[in-house]
Design a binder for this molecule. Structure first.
Ligand code: BG6
Length: 484
């Protein structure tokens, strides 16, 4: 029996990728509402998809339409959530990871009082989850900060945003204290380096190129301080609550055993882990502070920040896991895209159509590494495969590739548990088709549930079960034993 009794099985989504209703019931625009679908851009060129500047924001805001701004419409979960939760319950979900759109609660981030209609929406959503036997796991910030804070302050670069976020989180804890026990502060906090606008509202064209890295680390520092503040606040308001951090687990192997490749790989992995280090231990690793110094990076930290970080350590560690990469110092080594990264290709692994290398054993490796390092319970809160699905004439959708992906990853997760890793749960990305975070495509499908909508927003939004739906249902019913 790999999976403990009471292990949480479910799925994960983010408000900006599913809800739609971007300007309904008082919601303000978020950074996601100006993210653009670029039909003629190579999907493997992630940098072009996440690029942003002031002119683009102004043009987007002058355009009330959602055709090229798919996150404005999502899959209209805002109006379909009851139906969707029923389908998740039918699969046997015991947990659903959702995020709260900050701009439903504070439309510009700076209002004195929260928007009641926004608060009520999530109250209703959480109540409906409980009605369906589904425990909410709630991310407070998942790529959807108020656009107003991005344009006014250049996002998290400005320290004043900490208080805006703390106020938003406080309102959530007060309102949902009887409904939500499990929380995450920032989705993939490490991603600020890879897509500064999406993660931290930083408008890159406002920052000189040679100051970009320093600017990202400054914004990150503010997020880490804010995270620690709200962890403490949550513990005080909701006794017994569990607050976790969330890392993009970008495990990197050395391309060869040449010592230079090993050293380059070690540096990559240390960089990936340091974000979680701060969340777990409440202080920056010395090696990272030295790296800042070596690179001439100055991050402004106030004297009181050290105590704040120490007082807000997380209860558990969570991560997304999609792929691994390798690293090499050879400039000619072939590269391939992963989750908003470009890594050296691993010849032993297959890739998805988006170039992400599929590595189930890398999940076992990553979980053992994380558990050994932090000795905290783990949750995998995103894992899945983007693929193009075909709807047959009779309406059925056969997705053996998805079943195979999950079969192998769940099996490796079970082995990690058998080896001693303590895990609380697993939420797949994503149980239902949604808008891609990086490319804004609908056709990059992740779900067990198909949604009838194309990249331009055409379709009935009808939901239907793929073959993988029935397979995951069986997996959950057997608590991970039956993976056939
Ligand atoms: C994770 C994000 O990095 O990857 C999700 O937290 C995202 O928001 C997921 O959707 C998959 O990436 P993409 O670009 O295929 O949607």
């Amino acid at each position: 029996m790999s999976f403990p009794k009471g292990f949480f099985w479910g799925g994960a989504v983010a408000a900006n990728q599913v809800e739609g209703a971007w300007n309904v019931d008082g919601k303000g625009p978020s950074v996601a509402d100006v993210a653009t679908y670029k039909p003629n851009t190579d999907v493997k060129d992630y940098k072009s998809h996440v690029a942003m500047d002031d002119a683009h924001i102004a043009a987007a805001m002058a355009d009330p339409d959602d055709t090229y701004y798919p996150k404005r419409r999502g899959i209209d979960f805002y109006h379909h959530y009851k139906e969707d939760l029923k389908l998740f319950a039918e699969m046997g979900f015991t947990m659903l990871r959702v995020s709260i759109a900050w701009t439903r609660i504070f439309p510009t981030g700076e209002e004195a009082q929260p928007n009641e209609k926004g608060l009520q929406f999530y109250s209703d959503l959480f109540a409906e989850m409980h009605k369906n036997g589904i425990e909410p796991l709630v991310t407070l910030s998942h790529y959807e900060m108020p656009l107003a804070l991005a344009t006014k302050y250049n996002g998290w670069v400005d320290r004043r945003v900490i208080d805006c976020f703390a106020k938003f989180c406080h309102a959530c804890f007060e309102r949902y204290k009887d409904q939500v026990k499990y929380w995450l502060t920032f989705n993939e906090v490490d991603s600020v380096i890879r897509h500064p606008f999406t993660t931290a509202g930083i408008i890159p064209s406002r920052v000189p190129e040679d100051k970009m890295l320093e600017t990202c680390y400054q914004a990150l520092h503010h997020q880490l301080v804010a995270s620690a503040m709200v962890v403490k606040d949550c513990h005080e308001i909701i006794p017994g609550s569990k607050v976790g951090c969330m890392l993009t687990k970008l495990t990197t192997y050395a391309r060869t055993c040449a010592p230079d490749d090993e050293l380059a790989t070690q540096a990559k992995n240390l960089e990936n882990l340091f974000y979680a280090d701060v969340h777990v231990w409440g202080e920056y690793p010395r090696l990272i502070l030295k790296m800042f110094e070596r690179k001439g990076i100055h991050v402004e930290m106030l004297p009181e920040d050290a105590a704040t970080l120490k007082a807000g350590c997380v209860d558990f560690v969570s991560c997304s896991y999609y792929m691994t990469m390798t690293e090499s110092v050879d400039p000619n080594a072939e590269r391939t895209p992963g989750n908003t990264v470009l890594g050296v290709k691993n010849p032993y692994l297959p890739s998805t159509d988006w170039g992400w290398q599929i590595d189930p054993k890398g999940l076992r490796y990553s979980l053992i590494e994380l558990y050994d390092r932090y000795r905290k319970p783990l949750m995998v809160v995103e894992n899945g495969m983007g693929a193009k699905d075909v709807v047959e004439a009779d309406g059925s959708i056969h997705d053996p590739y998805r079943v195979e992906y999950f079969r192998q990853h769940i099996s490796e997760m079970g082995k990690a548990i058998d080896e001693g890793v303590e895990m609380w749960g697993y939420t797949t990305w994503a149980p239902i088709d949604l808008i891609s975070a990086s490319t804004n495509q609908m056709s990059k499908r992740y779900g067990f549930i198909y949604v009838d909508q194309d990249d331009m927003g055409n379709g009935t939004l009808a939901r239907s079960r793929k073959d993988s739906f029935y397979w995951y249902k069986k997996v959950i019913a057997s608590n991970g034993e039956d993976l056939d």
